[in-house]
Design a binder for this molecule. Sequence first.
Ligand SMILES: [Zn+2]
Length: 159
Amino acid sequence: MTALASTNARARPADRDAWQAMRRGFACRCPACGEGKLYKSYLKVVDRCDVCGTELHHHRADDAPPYFTIFIVGHFVIAALLAFDEFWPDAPYWLHALLWSAFIIVSSLWLLPLVKGALVGYQWALRMHGFGGASDEDAMAKAKPTASWPTIGGADRSA
Ligand SMILES: [Zn+2]
């Protein structure tokens, strides 16, 4: 029992705190140390943290940051628009168009790198996409079934 427990402890790396990693990413900092910068430009993630050396190029944020940014900003805009309309029901349409367009553009551009950072932190904490040491291709190769398709009547038709 003790030998088995120690074998499992050795085989499985320590858990990473996902909330902490997401908070650090949201602050545009390295999810591992919280010190190094996460971006080299607006949305370009650095290949490696300048402070702790953690490789950050493994992330696959893809379309998730815009999706979550739209989701968050949309809810704020609808709530703000309804509240605004409650207090100033006779506001002209041009004011609505100007105000909400500006709000959507500015808040989306502000929030997008923060949300992307949180998602990169989440992927790092869960050891996704190579953050755990194995590439996606290695993981897929491991997940492939080794048994062949079942055959009718047990006959092997591949030969
Ligand atoms: Zn770091």
